[in-house]
Ligand binder design. Structure first.
Ligand code: NAD
Ligand code: TDX
Length: 332
């Protein structure tokens, strides 16, 4: 049994991780979260107080981070500004949280010798061409495209430097696009589901040929636990579940599952610098740690996710109007 400090645990993937830890391990969790527009305490509702403690605060607050780190066995660092479209509109919070925040946590981990797991993204590798037989591996050179992915790449490099120069016992994982419950309605899949539920038409950037490699958030969580348990210090592990789909296919599937005509969506202004394709080769994780995804059928996972948004309107409704107003200003 371990005490895990989970940064960003009121966000999408961090809250799914807290639920997963409670349901599948005997670890306890201390969530540290600033509750930005993307954080929501309701995502942790129902979790037992004796297993999950919530601390409201900023990962850039050195004193707070130091205090929390002194009683933790390991840190799992999810907290970030996470949305590409926001980073194109105003990159500043991305530099503060993703770079200075990660630096602050690393310094505390260095002082306390705390096991550190850094959560990152496949976007640090840039994009692939459609039809390219190659997928990203741990050896792919970094080539980020957006302010978001550039700051995530920077945070990964900080972790690597703190391992090599100061001996911080850290690992890194770079995961592909997650889907599942508790995802903010600004992101692609929840935006389209909640549009349909609101009687609005889904919005596809450009022609929708861009490919994302989808993985269920629970499969991300089980991979992170496997790395925490038996990953080698200083190593990077790519996490993916062979889930490549283009955006047009996903939007048509959402509409079909929700009983709408498959073409009842709008094409809108494309994202600036829009990455064409992400694809993960997860061989290292599978062969070294024996990890396997549980969600193998995207349509089943998507159907369950749609049902969750149908059943939990009170969770997403408070953020929907502001999100659509933001997109309307961008013409998206
Ligand atoms: P999210 O935006 O849903 O959640 C981020 C959380 O971090 C929020 O609860 C927010 O309040 C908190 N936070 C932000 N700034 C903070 C700060 N300064 N101090 C403390 N808390 C702060 O993001 P997500 O989609 O759950 O992503 C979580 C992590 O996983 C990120 O590091 C992201 O880069 C990574 N990741 C995401 C995906 C994906 O598909 N969403 C894929 C791969 C990796
Ligand atoms: O309304 C939309 N229409 C649309 O076509 C939105 C919001 C998005 N898109 C497209 C853009 C992307 O090609 O859908 C794809 C997915 O978009 P996002 O959900 O914004 O995700 P993406 O930019 O791929 O990044 C996500 O995966 C990697 C997460 O937001 C990142 O945090 C993670 O690092």
């Amino acid at each position: 049994m371990a005490r895990l400090l989970v940064t960003g645990g009121a966000g999408f993937i961090g809250s799914n991780f807290a639920h997963f830890v409670v349901n599948h391990t005997d670890h306890t969790v201390i969530v540290l979260d600033k509750l930005t527009y993307a954080g929501n305490r309701a995502s942790l509702a129902g979790l037992p107080d004796d297993r999950v403690q919530f601390v409201h605060g900023d990962i850039s607050n050195g004193q707070l981070v130091d205090d929390l780190m002194s009683s933790a066995d390991a840190v799992v660092h999810y907290a970030a500004e996470s949305h590409n479209d926001n980073s194109l509109d105003d990159p500043r919070p991305f530099l503060r949280t993703n770079l200075v925040g990660t630096f602050t946590l690393l310094e505390a981990a260095r002082r306390h010798g705390t096991r550190f797991h850094h959560i990152s993204t496949d976007e640090v590798y840039g994009d692939l061409k459609l039809g390219d037989p190659h997928r990203f591996t741990e050896e792919t050179p970094y080539n980020p495209s957006s302010p978001y992915s550039a700051t995530k790449a920077g945070s990964d490099l900080l972790v690597r430097a703190w391992v090599r120069s100061f001996g911080v016992p850290a690992t890194i994982s770079n995961c592909s696009n997650n889907y599942g419950p508790y995802q903010h309605v600004e992101k692609f899949i929840p935006r389209q589901i909640t549009n349909v539920l609101r009687g609005l038409r889904p919005k596809l950037y450009g022609q929708g040929r861009n490919v994302r490699d989808w993985i269920h958030a629970d499969d991300h969580s089980s991979a992170v636990l496997a790395i925490l348990d038996s990953g080698r210090i200083g190593e990077t592990y790519l996490i993916g579940a062979d889930g490549e789909k283009d955006n047009k296919t996903v939007v048509e599937l959402i509409l079909t599952i929700m009983g709408q005509p498959a073409d009842a969506y709008d094409h809108v202004t494309d994202r600036a610098g829009h990455d064409l394709r992400y694809a993960i080769n997860p061989s290292k994780l599978r062969e070294e740690l024996g990890w396997q995804p549980r969600y193998r059928d995207f349509e089943d996972g998507l159907t369950a996710t749609i049902a969750w948004y149908q059943d939990n309107e009170e969770w997403w409704a408070p953020t929907k109007d502001a999100t659509e107003a933001f997109y309307a200003r961008l013409g998206q």
